[in-house]
Design a protein around this ligand. Structure first.
Ligand SMILES: *Cc1c(COP(=O)(O)O)cnc(C)c1O
Length: 419
């Protein structure tokens, strides 16, 4: 602990902190499950000294786990050299990162002419995507298509793209023109274009819907979506905020052959895993046309592309490559899905997902009780839907760590069904 943080921190308990939280933080999240004080690798510790295997990684964020020495080293070094400069200026880290991302995001290499806009979050990346779609559209192309179940963020623009009524309704009217089509339904997509297709500015989709409970687009959907958007002059924008940056065992979720192998979208939104735990997002315009839609003065940010955040992202990409973490996500993810699906427990009906973005399918809507029982036994998981538990662990998760969960899962499930 540094002199800046309360010196008494070490002596306070969970309960002390919960009381202080309730008295100081706006109640948008409900009470926190635990107050965490430290992390290392795939583990975190709470204020009472209990250890947890972190299988959520700050919601698909901590790709390298906690306190990774290469990441903390890169962040500290950058902060000690040049921390923040605004976008009146540029830094070598920011420029290098933009070049790295342009090389990563398209399977088999990006077409020339792509450009990056940096943000601080996924919401802001989607807000930029919304503005990109509006610029592409103009008054004559006022329709933006998204999918049912979509989650794209909570700012007014991103919320307009998000499907969930409970998130939207308290804040209406939202920016207009957005239509939500049935998930993965090609006939519905074709119908949306058949009727006024020339007025569609963009189709915006997650290759794997995260918040909707880890649902991958069906095979063939993205390829067909690319064809139909191109034919009608509409943009195809992918929200890879959760599914990108190695989470699925490939750099982007849409690089998986059965999801979107070979598809070249117009733009891709990134965040979550991008900074390895440091707030960082990006909208990567892949094609030259998309890259030139926002002209000088039409969009901006004070922090976006900040040198420290850029250094964090560069370090994260470096370690993912150096340590073979894409392959690790593929193998450990496959292992987890196979082992969990093979569990002989009445509550488990299956296990779906890609790489290390996984949902345990439950026979009954008891996911919150399962997550609570898991936490008591030292595992952080997420009740992403009433009947689904989401796992989005660090990409450094080992098979042995995965096996620890598999071994304890029957007890956890039984405890949850008794609750
Ligand atoms: C989390 C998420 C967002 C929003 O990102 P924030 O960083 O929370 O603003 C947008 N889209 C998808 C697919 C997400 O999973």
């Amino acid at each position: 602990m540094s002199e800046v943080i309360d010196a008494a921190t070490g002596s306070l308990t969970q309960d002390d902190w919960q009381r202080r939280y309730a008295g100081a933080l706006m109640n948008t999240f409900g009470p926190p499950q635990r107050v965490l004080v430290r992390g290392e690798g795939c583990y975190v510790w709470d204020a009472d000294g209990n250890r947890y295997l972190d299988l959520l990684a700050g919601i698909a964020v901590n790709a390298l786990g906690h306190a990774h020495p290469t990441l903390t080293g890169a962040i500290s070094a950058q902060l000690g050299t040049l921390g923040h400069i605004s976008n009146f200026f540029a830094s070598p880290t920011q420029i290098t990162l933009a070049e790295r991302l342009l090389a990563l995001v398209v399977d088999g290499g990006a077409p020339a002419g792509g450009r990056v806009f940096f943000t601080n979050s996924g919401t802001e990346a989607m807000e930029a995507a919304f503005k990109l779609a509006r610029r592409h559209g103009g008054p004559d192309r006022d329709r933006i298509l998204a999918l049912q179940g979509a989650f794209h963020g909570r700012s007014m623009g991103a919320l307009a793209l998000t499907a969930k009524a409970a998130y939207r309704e308290p804040f209406e009217p939202l920016p207009g023109g957005v239509e939500h089509l049935p998930f993965g339904d090609l006939a519905a997509l074709e119908a949306a274009f058949a009727d006024g297709g020339g007025r569609v500015a963009a189709l915006i989709v997650e290759p794997v819907q995260g918040e909707a409970g880890v649902r991958a687009l069906p095979p063939g959907y993205l390829a067909a979506a690319r064809e139909i958007t191109s034919a009608h002059g509409a943009l195809l924008i992918l929200d890879e905020v959760q599914s990108g940056m190695g989470r699925t065992g490939t750099w982007m979720g849409h690089h998986l052959p059965h999801i979107g192998g070979g598809v070249v979208p117009d733009a891709i939104a990134l965040a979550k895993g991008l900074g390895g735990g440091f707030p960082m997002g990006a909208l990567v315009a892949v094609t030259e046309e998309a890259a030139t839609l926002l002209t000088p003065g039409q969009h901006g940010t004070t922090f976006g592309g900040n040198p420290v955040a850029s250094a964090a992202a560069l370090a994260t990409i470096h370690v993912i490559e150096r340590d073979g973490l894409l392959a690790n996500a593929t193998t450990v993810g496959q292992h987890l899905r196979t082992e969990i699906a093979a569990l002989d427990h009445p509550l488990v009906t299956g296990c779906r997902g890609e790489g290390l973005l996984i949902a345990i399918e439950l026979a009954e809507p008891v996911a919150p009780a399962v997550a609570a029982a898991a936490l008591r036994r030292g595992y952080i998981v997420n009740a992403v839907a009433p009947d689904a538990i989401r796992l989005a662990p660090p990409l450094i998760l080992t098979t042995a760590q995965a096996d620890a969960l598999v071994a304890d899962l029957p007890t956890i499930l039984t405890e949850a069904s008794a609750a």
